[in-house]
Design a protein around this ligand. Structure first.
Ligand code: NOJ
Ligand code: CA
Length: 690
C-alpha cells in the first residue's frame, strides 16, 4: 500500500464553497506535493484531510510531487427536466474549482475538479492529454476521512453483488460485524473485513447526515470503500478486472465523480439530486419513446410458487444439441401460452402497461450448470410459448409483453446475440427488456463490478436505445445516476428485492438512503399473500411485511418501473387494497420527503405528473409507530377525496399481515391525519383533487 501523506501539514489552501455558503471544500498540497482536501459543514470540519491521486502500473508521478499550475473557477445555476423522475424539474446550482496539477519530475499532469452544491460535494479527476497516451490504474488513493467513530448503514464490500441486508453500526463496529454481514455466504470476492459498498449512508450527529457514493460510472470499475478503523478513514477500493489491474484508461480521461451528500436532516439526503446533477444531460434527441411502466409478470409463481422457468427435465443438457421436439415437458413450465394469456387478460382488465414473461426462451434446463459460454440464444421460444400469437393477443388488448434476457453472467454470449435479440424485439413489438447477470461473470475471472463489465452494461443500454428499447438490468453494477444521460435505463436491481422472501422489515427503510440514491430499483413490491406455503406447500418462507406496507412501497421506493409482483388471484382476493396499486402513478411532478430516519421509518408525499392528485406513502421497520400526517403540502383552499390504506390494530409483519383498514373521506391542507403503522407495516394514501 502507498504511504499516506495526508497527515503532513498543508501548504496554502484553496477553497470552493456551496452557493448557500454552508459547505466548503479546501484543496491543498502537502509538503511532499501530495494533493488533499477537507470539507467543512456549518464552519466545522466534517471531512478531515483526505488524500487524492492514483498509483499507476506504468507511470509514476500521480500521487505526489505535484505543484499547482493553475486554478480555474466557475459557477452554474440552471434548471433541467428529467424524462421521468421524482420531480419534473431539477435545479443544478454549484460553484466549481478545477486545480491543474503538474509533476515536473515525471512530466505528469492531473486535474482535480471540485463542485460545491448546497447538498454536498462532487470531485473527479481529469487526465488531460499528455505524453502518456494510456495508463493502467493499480490504485485510486481518494480518501474520505470521517470526523470520528460515526454511525453507518452498510453492506459488505463484494466485487459481484449488493444482495445483502444492511447493518447499522459505528465505524469501529464494521470489522466486528463483517462475518454477520456476509450472512454466512462469504463470497470469494470479499476483499477486506472493513470493506463496504456505496452508496454508504452515514450520520455524524443528530443534525449532520452524509452519504458517500459515485456519479456517472463510465469506463471505470465500481468504487468500494475500505475503512482504516484506527483513524476512521475510508479509502477508495476499485474492483479489479481479470488481469488484476483496476482500470485501463485512454487519455484524455475523466473519472466518475466521487460524491459526498451532506444535510442537516435525513430527509435532505433523500431529497438530494446531487448524483443526477453530476451526470451529463441526456444525449438522446428524441425521448418520446421512453415511458414509465407499471407491469405484472409470470415471475412470482416461479420464485415463490414452485413453478419453473424450464420446459423439461434434462440431464447433461447442451443447448447446441438438445432437441426440444422430442423432449417430454415436466408440466411446471409457467411461460406457456394459456398461462401468459391469463396474465395478459388480468393486465388489460386492471390497466397495467406490460406483462413480463420469464422462461419463454430455450436454455433454462441448465442455466447455471457449468458456467457455459453458450447458455441462451435469446431468440428461440419454448415449444409451448407462441411468440407471435401472444404478442398479437397482448397488443389487441392494449398491453405489451416485456422481454426477458437472462445472460447467466455470460457477457460474451449475450453480446454475440444482442443484435439478433433486439431485432426480434423490434419484430414482435417489445419495447422493454428485463436483463440479468446471475452467476459468475464470463470471461472467467471477470467481476460483476469490473471495468469491462461496467462497459458492457452501458453498451447494452446504448444499443437498446438504437432500437427504442428500455432496459431494466438485474445483477448489474449499482446505478450512479446514468439514467439522466441514458433515460432508457429505467431500472436496476442491485440490492435485495422481493425475491428474498423473508428480509427484515427495516430493509425498505434503508434502501431509499442507499441503493436508490443512484437510481430506481426494480424492487417488485405488492405481495398480498405473505404465507407462501398456502399455495406452495414446499415454501416455508414468509413475506415479512403487512399489505399496507406493500402498498406504501409504490410511493416510498421511487421508480418509473413498478411491478405488481403477486399472483392475479391474490389481487382478486383483496380487490379493495389492489385499488391503490391500480391508481398509483409511476411518474411525478414533485416529491416531498416529510420525515425519515434510516433503518427506522420514512414518509414521502408525491404529486402526480399528469394530474393534481397527491399520493403519500410511509413505511416503518419492525417497530410499530404512530404518526401525525400534516397535509399542509396540499393546495390551500382545495378539497381532496382521501383514500387511506392503513394497518389495523392487530396487523404485524409475521402474522395478520392482511389486517388492513381502508377509509374514505374529504380533506384540505389544514388537516392532520393520525396514522398507525404496525410492526413491518406502513400506510398508503391517495388524494384526488375535487
Ligand atoms: C434473478 C433476478 O433478480 C430475478 O428477478 C429473475 O427472475 C432470475 N434472476 C432469473 O432470471
Ligand atoms: Ca437478483
Amino acid at each position: 500500500m502507498t504511504a499516506i501523506l495526508s497527515a503532513l501539514p498543508a501548504l496554502a489552501a484553496d477553497r470552493v464553497a456551496s452557493p448557500d455558503g454552508k459547505i466548503s471544500l479546501d484543496f491543498s498540497l502537502t509538503a511532499d506535493g501530495a494533493p488533499q482536501y477537507t470539507v467543512d459543514y456549518r464552519g466545522e470540519e466534517l471531512v478531515k484531510a483526505s488524500a487524492l491521486g492514483f498509483e499507476m502500473k506504468d507511470a509514476r508521478g500521480f500521487d505526489s510531487g505535484f505543484t499547482v499550475e493553475s486554478i480555474t473557477r466557475a459557477s452554474s445555476d440552471t434548471m433541467w427536466a428529467p424524462v421521468w423522475g421524482e420531480n419534473d424539474s431539477i435545479r443544478d446550482n454549484y460553484n466549481a474549482m478545477t486545480v491543474q496539477l503538474v509533476n515536473r519530475r515525471y512530466g505528469t499532469h492531473l486535474n482535480v475538479e471540485f463542485r460545491a452544491y448546497d447538498d454536498g460535494i462532487g470531485l473527479r479527476y481529469v487526465f488531460p492529454k499528455q505524453k502518456k497516451k494510456r495508463l493502467t490504474v493499480t490504485d485510486e488513493l481518494t480518501e474520505f476521512a470521517m470526523p470520528g467513530d460515526i454511525t453507518a448503514w452498510w453492506i459488505p464490500g463484494d466485487y459481484d453483488t449488493q444482495e445483502y441486508e444492511y447493518i447499522r453500526s459505528s465505524l469501529s463496529g464494521i470489522r466486528r460485524h463483517a462475518d454477520d454481514a456476509h450472512m454466512g455466504n462469504v463470497s470469494s470476492s470479499m476483499f477486506s473485513p472493513t470493506g463496504v459498498q456505496t452508496s454508504l449512508m452515514l450520520k455524524a450527529n443528530d443534525s449532520t447526515y452524509l452519504n458517500i457514493h459515485e456519479a456517472a460510472l463510465v469506463d471505470f470499475p465500481v468504487m468500494h470503500l475500505n475503512l482504516d478503523d484506527t483513524d476512521f478513514v475510508f479509502r477508495s477500493w476499485l474492483t479489479p478486472g481479470r488481469d488484476g489491474d483496476k482500470a485501463h484508461i485512454k487519455l484524455p480521461f475523466s473519472t466518475p465523480w466521487r460524491v459526498i451528500m451532506i444535510g442537516d436532516r435525513a430527509t435532505d439526503i433523500l431529497a438530494s439530486n446531487l448524483v443526477l446533477n453530476l451526470n451529463e444531460p441526456t444525449k438522446y434527441t428524441d425521448t418520446s419513446w421512453i415511458k414509465p411502466v407499471k407491469y405484472i409478470g409470470v415471475w412470482w409463481e416461479m420464485i415463490a410458487g414452485g413453478k419453473q422457468w424450464s420446459y423439461t427435465d434434462a440431464e447433461n443438457f447442451d443447448l447446441a444439441t438438445f432437441d426440444y421436439s422430442k423432449a417430454k415437458p415436466h408440466g411446471r413450465h409457467s411461460a406457456n401460452t394459456d398461462n401468459v394469456k391469463r396474465y395478459i387478460d388480468f393486465a388489460a382488465a386492471n390497466g397495467f402497461d406490460q406483462v413480463l414473461v420469464e422462461g419463454w426462451n430455450v436454455g433454462w434446463e441448465d442455466w447455471l450448470g457449468k458456467e457455459k459460454d453458450y447458455v441462451f440464444d435469446f431468440v428461440t421460444p419454448y415449444p409451448d410459448f407462441d411468440l407471435k400469437g401472444l404478442n398479437d393477443y397482448a397488443r389487441s388488448k392494449g398491453v405489451r409483453l416485456m422481454m426477458h434476457h437472462e445472460s447467466s453472467g455470460s457477457i460474451p454470449n449475450y453480446e454475440r446475440w444482442m443484435d439478433r435479440a433486439y431485432d426480434l424485439m423490434d419484430r414482435y413489438g417489445y419495447n422493454a427488456v428485463k436483463s440479468g447477470y446471475v452467476g459468475n461473470i464470463l470471461p472467467k475471472g471477470e467481476n460483476h463490478y469490473s471495468q469491462n463489465s461496467v462497459n458492457h452494461y452501458l453498451r447494452a443500454v446504448q444499443k437498446a436505445a438504437d432500437h427504442h428499447i428500455m432496459v431494466n438490468a438485474h445483477e448489474a453494477a449499482r446505478p450512479t445516476g446514468l439514467s439522466r444521460t441514458y433515460p432508457n435505463l429505467i431500472g436496476n436491481e442491485s440490492a435485495m428485492g422481493t425475491e428474498y422472501q423473508n428480509m427484515s422489515p427495516g430493509h425498505v427503510t434503508i434502501l431509499p438512503f442507499t441503493r436508490l440514491k443512484g437510481g430506481p430499483m426494480d424492487f417488485t413490491p405488492g405481495i398480498f399473500e405473505a404465507d407462501l406455503s398456502k399455495y406452495n406447500p414446499g415454501n416455508h418462507e414468509h413475506k415479512r411485511a403487512t399489505v399496507a406496507n406493500q402498498l406504501a412501497l409504490y410511493v416510498t421506493m421511487y421508480s418509473p418501473l413498478q411491478m405488481a409482483a403477486d399472483l392475479p388471484e391474490h389481487y382478486e382476493a383483496k380487490a379493495d387494497a389492489f385499488q391503490f396499486i391500480k391508481d398509483v402513478p409511476v411518474d411525478w411532478k414533485r416529491s416531498i420527503y416529510l420525515d425519515a430516519e434510516p433503518g427506522e421509518y420514512l414518509v414521502v408525499a408525491r404529486e402526480d405528473k399528469h394530474s393534481d392528485d397527491w399520493y403519500v406513502g410511509g413505511v416503518t421497520n419492525a417497530d410499530a409507530r404512530n404518526y401525525d400526517l400534516r397535509l399542509d403540502f396540499l393546495e390551500p383552499g382545495a378539497t381532496y377525496r382521501a383514500r387511506l390504506y392503513m394497518d389495523g390494530p392487530t396487523a404485524h409483519y409475521d402474522r395478520n399481515q392482511d389486517k388492513y383498514i381502508i377509509t374514505e373521506f374529504d380533506v384540505t391542507s389544514a388537516d392532520t391525519l393520525p396514522i398507525h403503522m404496525a410492526p413491518g407495516g406502513g400506510f398508503a394514501l391517495s388524494l384526488d383533487k375535487l
